[in-house]
Design a protein around this ligand. Structure first.
Ligand code: HEC
Length: 131
């Protein structure tokens, strides 16, 4: 009898957990917008850091908002990037990140682009704080 009682309470706990997931998981689905940092980790961190002076395959993005293109120290940029004359701001980063090669033909950044405008906004807002 004792054993049946325990099984019964376990079953109730599992049912409770499933019901809870029904609520929480649905809420998670509705709040689909990822944070800027999450978007950075998923899409950019293989090639970039936001640490000062730490270049990888791409240049450090520390302080990139407000920075002149092609000026992170000790990074071998393409001519296209160096000579672009761009000063990175929210508006041109939005265009660049949507389709890097369209915005800057000849860039060495091999990235297809972030197609979702809300993702770009969240990411750029976050990048603007990394300084
Ligand atoms: C596969 C590697 C790779 C990925 C992924 C990548 N980048 Fe880049 N990125 C580069 C390289 C390489 C450059 C230098 C391009 C050049 O010199 O033409 C660059 C340049 C840049 C620049 C210009 C920096 C400057 O100093 O002028 C910005 C801004 C930038 N990347 C942002 C991003 C963001 C934000 C993401 C994610 C959404 C991203 N990149 C994803 C490799 C990458």
């Amino acid at each position: 009898m004792e054993r049946v009682g325990r099984l019964d309470s376990m079953a109730r706990q599992i049912a409770g957990a499933v019901a809870l997931c029904g609520l929480v998981c649905a809420a998670g689905g509705a709040a689909a917008q990822q944070s800027g940092e999450q978007i950075f980790r998923r899409n950019c961190a293989v090639c970039h850091t936001v640490k000062e002076g730490q270049n990888r395959i791409g240049p450090s993005l520390f302080g990139v908002v407000g920075r002149k293109a092609g000026t992170a120290p000790n990074f071998a940029y393409s001519e296209a990037n160096k000579k672009s004359g761009v000063v990175w701001d929210a508006a041109n980063l939005d265009q660049y990140l949507a389709d890097p090669r369209k915005f800057m033909p000849g860039t060495r950044m091999v990235f297809a682009g972030l197609k979702n405008p809300e993702d770009r906004k969240a990411l750029i807002d976050w990048l603007a704080q990394q300084k």
